[in-house]
Design a protein around this ligand. Sequence first.
Ligand code: FUC
Length: 795
Amino acid sequence: MLSSIILYAFLLAFPSAAKGQWDASRFTWYTSPASDFASSVPIGNGRVAGTVWGGASELVSLNENSIWSGPWRNRVNPKALGALPSIRSLLSSGNLTAAGQSVLANMAGNPTSPQGYQPLGNLSLEFEHSSSGMSSYTRYLDTYEGTAFVTYNYAGVNYTREYIASYPAGVLAVRLSSSQAKKLNVKVSLSRSKWVLDQHSNSSSSIVGTNSIILKGNSGQSSGAITFSSEARVVNHDGTVSSDGKSISVTSATIVDLFFDAETSYRYSSQTAWEVELKRKLDAAVTSGYNEVRSAAISDNTALIGRMSLDLGSSGSAGNQPTDTPITNYKGSPNNDPQLATLMFNFGRYLLVSSSRDTGGSKSLAANLQGIWNKDFSPPWQSKYTININIEMNYWPAEVTNLQETHAALFDLLDVARMEMATNMYGCTNGGFVLHHNIDLWGDAAPTDYGTPYMMWPMGGAWLSLHLMEHYRFTGDKSFLQNRAWPVLQSAANFYYCYLFTHNGSWSTGPSLSPENSFVVPSNMETAGKSEAIDIAPTMDNSILYELLNAVIQTCNVLGITDSNLTNTKNYLSKIKPPQIGSKGQILEWRNEYAETSPGHRHMSPIFGLFPGSQMTPLKSSSLAAAAKALVDNRMSHGSGSTGWSRTWAINLYARLFEADTAWSNAISFLQKFPTNNLWNTDTGPGTAFQIDGNFGFVSAIAEMLLQSHQVVHLLPALPSAVPTGSVKGLVARGNFVVDITWSGMALTSATITSKIGGTLAICLQAGKAFSINGAIYSTPITATAGGVYTIRPV
Ligand code: FUC
């Protein structure tokens, strides 16, 4: 028994190095422990997560995605509803300054912020090893299997630690081992620090039994606090176990396994209920044992991750170095290392699978600003849900890169968020729902923060609703459309049928803004020269309404709905102001051509219709596409792309404009400037806030260069000259077509389109080139059959 355990431990060590070469597209790896959070490696099962630091004394920063700072609060400003008519009349009569002041005075939420995301605590493993005595150190993350690994030699013994987050078992699992029998000594503890916030303080306690440590905590409020129980089970195969009331020690062992779970009051009505669930999951994991938990977790991960593969060229020796080295080298010589882009792509898909899953019970939680990984009680922007770009960006890769299941968590959150805000703030009682620019896990959608460039924006719910439509467009799942998407889309549209008002003959939003830009008040609109943001019907609002109302019409057509839902929507759509073009040929941001206070603003709000919308795309409207290009060019030439997410939005936009080389040069700039050593995206570069949106925006941007499908199935629409040869397998086009493409010399070699559900297949190839489909020259769309495979070749 013991010899097989030792053999197992050896086999686990260096599984990739044993093959002689690290796969530079698949592994992030390091030759030293993490020096900070941004060099730890993340694992997660969509609900429980950790980051592995890998030091001589191990630290795993733990999260459970419903541990937030407290209960739901009604933050709606009681003056908001009463102030709405007067603010609208100030806007209509042209007093922008007074309108902005009244918004601040009457509509700000109280308190100004919803709840924030909080850490669970830390798992500590003390091995009595000193850093200086460790040699042959390797730490890695396998983005394909979803395993994290640490190995090193200490006093002639190889020690290994393997970490896995299991979606099927709902737990984290750890295996510790030593290459020589009975050389493993480890002390295990769980802890949580104290944080004082808003007159309440969280509390936690740790109860240590023979082979279990229970950490309980809560967010500190006297009523409705978010409360959790978590537990680490220690399973030793040999050696001796003891506890000292603070920790569990195992001495003279060869292998020790740990299983960890946390459950909270968010999903269960009583402590008994969530502790029953905690026990059930841990009992089952212990009974199955580490190997079974591990293999089920890997099967689950690889089933999702393995649906796709990407080859943008080999980096050769440049790629066979610890990940922090290519990150540094790439700044000077990006062209030597095409696999860094591939790794970033694969890592992004891995992050989505790890941070966003349907975890059951209709209370899954979407990936937040940091996905699911947060070690701070006061993280940047509270690590909550900012929905004027960030959380939508998290889900841009979900459908196109074949991870449809990850989208489910966002749909669950949207169900929670559809509360009475429309009635309380706008007096709308027709079943419509509205969200502003932030929400928390309770769906608290009252205006957030205190400032006119961001807080008063009634479009967050409409934008998120479009994600359900996109899920239908990609999957063609009519029952999803009927049962899940339609109620949300209908409710989103209903809000606007109550809320919109007529201004200059158009149905208009207001007070609203163009996230998060400001303009200079012109001389005839009150305090000239002052910065303001509040206006009527900014272009982004009109573009979101265009997409929403078209989504409703499409849904009605698919589901055979012909009643007032359809006629009403068509009437409204005909009176939404189309995008206007300004004096520099650009899409106008506001109702008039005001001077922008930040011409290089990071938000690309006015060209939402180019990406993620489709109203301004070249195949739909060459004139709007040209105006969208004028806007993004102007923004970028004035310094936009200044945050990681902004830069990746720009890549997606240029891909939609078929500006392949500009898209790629922005992808290079992104990789040079924003990722930390563990490849997380940041606000403005390493050392600034971790924000996961840019990771996901990067993935969708690469996909958009290779495949687009908002109009037709468009192969290689924006292939950059820096990537003349490559292949991609398993991308998904709208209509549920799975697309594999191989190219070389900047041209298609061949592509295979597999139709999952049948239907019309309209295809376009790179720059309108001619091609054959199953041997016949393509001229018009074909009718694909479910299961049909179509081979595309250049002619
Ligand atoms: C928006 C952005 C900021 C940041 C925050 C979380 O407000 O403008 O740059 O990403 O969200």
